[in-house]
Write a protein that binds this ligand. Sequence first.
Ligand code: A3P
Length: 286
Amino acid sequence: MTEAELYDVYRGVYVPKHLHPPESLKYYEDFTFRPDDVLIVTYPKSGTTWLQEVVPLVLSGGDVASVRTVPNWDRVPWLEEHRAIVLNLEQRPSPRTFATHFHRDMMNESYSKVKPKVIYVMRNPKDVFTSSFHYYGMASYLVNPGTADEFLEKFLNGKIMFGSWFDHVKGWLNVKNEDHIFYISYEEMIQDLKGSVSRIGQFLGKSLSPEVVEKIADNCVFKNMKQNPMSNFSLVPAEFMDQKKSEFLRKGVAGDWKNLFTEAQTERFEAVYKDKMKDVTFKFAW
Ligand code: A3P
């Protein structure tokens, strides 16, 4: 199926119709944040699911009840997805935790006024591309990626769900004096999960003992999360996500792009990256 059949254009980016019908987008436009809400913000395939596991564990001081009993999409709902409307988010006790793939300039008025806590997760875009390439091949609500060359052009031109990786990252980095936003990368979490858990804890005002940090990190390592039916998307029907084609928790490593990219694709990617990121001073961990 084509982009025209599967996607709507919302605020200039493609959003898959199946997950984000107009009433869901309207719900998000009208949504009222609280100052102690915790919002996990990512470009897709950057580590959203990972943070949907880490953050509830940090907030609960390591209590695994919610990550063992509640699917990640209800535990930390996406505000732009259709389920947000039916989850009675207004009734949830503070601190509430949400996820979103929205760009900075798509956030609503309440966000700008209230400034809830944001954890912005970034990942090497070549790995985001690689993870997306496999994911688009198994998820029926997305347009089939075609060849890696074809998908590369779409990725570099932002013609995929939630638009351009470059615009997303630049938009979220380009904010002034916003200490309610905490930046972390997938690569930092791969390198030092315990240190990352502690830093997230500090940002959220939770002082965690070394034992609790250890317990959280152990719960959130790839091989353990992959076994958790509440987090590995095994509850999703195969006609929606066919995990026989590619698992959702696929490899969980940094640098898998090297197994996919040809030399020509690497050159093309890096040339576009250099141009689009030329004014960015942030030091990335990749
Ligand atoms: P790969 O496809 O490279 O394996 P998102 O949740 O934003 O859609 O991102 C999905 C990516 O995060 C997938 O990458 C998935 O395997 C990876 N991921 C999820 N949980 C992880 C974990 N505990 N450790 C490492 N990677 C994880």
